[in-house]
Write a protein that binds this ligand. Structure first.
Ligand code: OGA
Ligand code: NI
Length: 351
């Protein structure tokens, strides 16, 4: 009997994490080399005050430089003064929490394993298929343009659409501002991607990690890079870890009140021709309380190809081939990302 057959027992609706099992079944136990340390080092990731982006040119250029350094060194940073008010963030987390508290039947209306579906509820990474199950429950939904997708989001809890919608719109605005700062920092000018981002995708990954009775043997999310240009994440409590490229160890990301996390995604690595790194990250668990995170994933249009910018290619030539969001969905549908298969590696030329 293969691992797939045993993980089939834990499909969405009946998973260990939804049932609140008091032990971690074998199908969830990650191989020894991938188990999280109980005492990880803390990442010394930059905390960037975005306030300066809208002040004078000197302050703007300082912030842009800080962002550029963070994208090079970590592919990751945290932001404050981002313009999203605390109430909007709190209410989005509340809406997420109430959704996951709904009766199973209600949530199962949205259950799907088809990664191309614009709204879907599922567990693990790819329910029923992952070799090792992840202790996660999630709702994913498209969010841009809001008026196009919102009608397909869950009707219950009653204010889910309103509260989540407000956060989506504001997260989108921050992302557009950040992308402008990033392309400006790359020497491509602030509007290099603006219109393509405007016509692009925003996918929300609303994650719930119930308490895990044995958090050192399982993971909430296996190590992965995000297939995006940029991901902006709001979390209810700590649990995110990133791979430190300098010493190749996992470091935990400190929780800073009011801050959001920003991940460089695969497509920004491609655009920069490898100058910026798509951050390798994972979510760890705890035995005490449920953790929620809301990841706002931003990319270009479904069939829009991202290529290294000509201006950044230089003598070494293009290090990545072009790809679209649809190419990633097709990759996701046929590969187990929990098994260290990464989309960005599949794009690398001559390596
Ligand atoms: C994701 C993700 C991290 C977290 O949804 O892609 O990496 O902290 N989430 O839940
Ligand atoms: Ni991620």
């Amino acid at each position: 009997m293969g691992a797939t057959a045993s993980s089939g027992m834990w499909k969405t609706g009946e998973s260990a994490q939804e049932q609140g099992l008091g032990y971690v079944p074998d199908a969830y136990q990650v191989p020894l080399r991938d188990r999280p340390s109980l005492f990880p080092d803390t990442a010394t990731v930059p905390l960037i005050d975005l306030g300066g982006l809208w002040k004078d040119a000197v302050q703007r250029s300082l912030v842009i430089k800080d962002i550029a350094n963070a994208c090079c060194r970590f592919g990751f940073f945290q932001i404050v003064n981002h313009g999203i008010c605390q109430t909007v963030m709190d209410e989005a987390l509340q809406a997420a929490s109430s959704f996951f508290d709904s009766p199973t039947d209600e949530k199962m209306k949205y259950m799907s394993n088809d990664v191309h579906k614009p709204v879907r509820y599922a567990t693990s990474f790819k329910d029923g298929v992952d070799k090792t199950q992840s202790w996660r429950v999630f709702l994913k939904h498209y969010a841009h343009p809001l008026e196009h997708w919102m009608g397909q989001w869950p009707e219950n809890p009653p204010r889910y659409r309103e509260k989540m919608g407000r956060f989506c719109a504001q997260a989108r605005k921050v992302t557009v501002d950040l992308m402008e700062a990033i392309t400006e920092g790359l020497g491509l000018g602030p509007s290099y991607l603006t219109s393509k981002m405007e016509a692009g995708m925003q996918v929300m990954a609303v994650n719930c990690y119930p308490p895990c009775p044995n958090p050192e043997v399982a993971l909430g999310l296996p190590p992965h890079c995000d297939y995006t240009c940029l991901t902006v994440v709001l979390q209810s409590s700590p649990g995110l870890q990133i791979m430190d490229l300098d010493d190749c160890t996992w470091k935990s990301v400190p929780k800073i009140p009011g801050a959001l996390q920003v991940h460089v995604g695969d497509h920004l690595e491609v655009l920069s021709n490898g100058l910026y790194k798509s951050v390798y990250h994972r979510a760890v668990l705890n035995s005490e309380r449920t953790r929620f995170s809301i990841a706002s994933l931003h990319s270009l249009g479904l069939d829009e190809t991202m290529e290294p910018a000509e201006e950044l290619v230089g003598a070494q030539g293009k290090k990545y081939r072009g790809s679209s969001f649809r190419d990633f969905l097709n990759f996701l549908a046929t590969n187990d990302l929990g098994e260290h298969k990464s989309f960005i590696d599949s794009l690398k030329i001559n390596q």
